[in-house]
Design a protein around this ligand. Structure first.
Ligand code: HEC
Length: 324
């Protein structure tokens, strides 16, 4: 499931390409008369390719929504939201994705109806195909904005003049905010090396079930409990506890980066479940980093970066007994 989930960006390109190519083939296949069959074939081929593509994109999109905690357990869609924010964008994207699968069935049916040799593919196929293409492109566009539109934009660095002009107000230099990218990197934790084959229960992190992921620079040091080298990036992915077992609800991501300036901690929970929000001042998401006072409590154990290896949790979930 994780593997499929992380392929969503890749798989969703095929349906978008279909949305771009199909209208032309459908228009071309409208002309009645001899020699039109090859255009039917092109349109039908694109229809099937797009259908398989949307199926893959739909399944992987759903899986990644679950994996990242954007779709709560026992739901098919993210929580409804309207307006300009990211939540609404995600909801729209999910609706468009679902709609494109439904319209696909109708469009494919109309395109594959049997036709006489001299007939065009028909106006119904054209209409449904155009609607389908539009929905595919809208879904693709909203997906693109979800993936790329919400990163912090860092203004291009202005080339420094050879002689610095007198400066009246000291403007802090625009720093490449690498911390702003931590959630994006942390969400992609499956691209790092797993330290735990299966979750362990960590009392230090809210009793959640955790798995540690480390980048190649850090793996050897992390495993042996040696101080982590600069450039280290370690992510703790979590699942909420449910009756003493890892539950279906995704917990926050914890990240540790060893920078030249010292250790830097991040706490990122893209979607706090409703019943936990009170503890977070009612917020639907939490993103603490850098000097955020919320992270002070973490420093009791993480003052030097990595926590004391002797304190690491080893509590695995028991395998269910037969008949349980
Ligand atoms: C009571 C001590 C304690 C506190 C408080 C604590 N941690 Fe940890 N942390 C640990 C231990 C122990 C580990 C090793 C993994 C495990 O077994 O839980 C760890 C692991 C981690 C890791 C993986 C790298 C490593 O050090 O092993 C990250 C990242 C992390 N914690 C972040 C945080 C953040 C962020 C907070 C605050 C929100 C926090 N921790 C609070 C003890 C603590």
């Amino acid at each position: 499931m994780d593997w499929i989930a992380l392929k969503h960006a890749l798989l969703s390109h095929l349906p978008v390409a279909t949305g771009l190519l199909l209208p032309m083939a459908l228009l071309a296949s409208q002309r009645p008369g001899r020699g039109i069959r090859p255009w039917w074939t092109v349109a039908r081929y694109l229809g099937w390719a797009g259908f398989l593509g949307i199926l893959g994109a739909f399944l992987s999109g759903f899986a990644s929504g679950r994996l990242l905690g954007f779709i709560p357990p026992h739901r098919l869609l993210p929580l409804p939201a309207w307006g300009p924010g990211v939540d609404a964008l995600l909801f729209r994207h999910a609706l468009l994705g679902g709609a494109s699968l439904l319209v696909a069935v109708g469009a494919l049916w109309s395109m594959t109806r049997s036709r006489k040799d001299h007939q065009g593919l028909g106006v119904l196929a054209l209409l449904l195909g155009l609607v389908w293409s539009a929905v595919l492109l809208l879904a693709g566009e909203s997906g693109y904005r979800l993936a790329h539109g919400n990163r912090v934009r860092v203004p291009a660095q202005v080339a420094a003049p050879a002689v610095a002009p007198p400066v009246l107000i000291q403007v802090p230099p625009v720093e490449q905010d690498s911390e702003a990218k931590v959630p994006v990197r942390a969400l992609d934790h499956a691209s790092l090396e797993p330290i735990h084959p299966q979750p362990v229960k960590s009392p230090a992190h809210g009793g959640r079930w955790i798995q540690v992921w480390a980048n190649p620079e850090a793996v050897a040091a992390y495993r042996s409990g040696q101080p982590l080298p600069p450039g280290t990036f370690v992510v703790l992915s979590t699942l909420e506890d449910r009756w003493g077992r890892p539950g279906a609800e995704v917990g926050p991501l914890y990240a540790l980066e060893m920078k030249a300036s010292g250790p830097s901690l991040t706490f990122y929970w893209p979607r706090i479940p409703m019943d936990r929000r009170q503890a977070f001042g009612g917020d639907s998401r939490a993103y603490w980093r850098g000097n955020d006072p919320h992270l002070n409590a973490c420093r009791t154990c993480h003052a030097a970066g990595m926590a004391d290896p002797a304190q690491r949790s080893r509590w695995r979930a028991k395998k269910a007994l037969p008949g349980e």
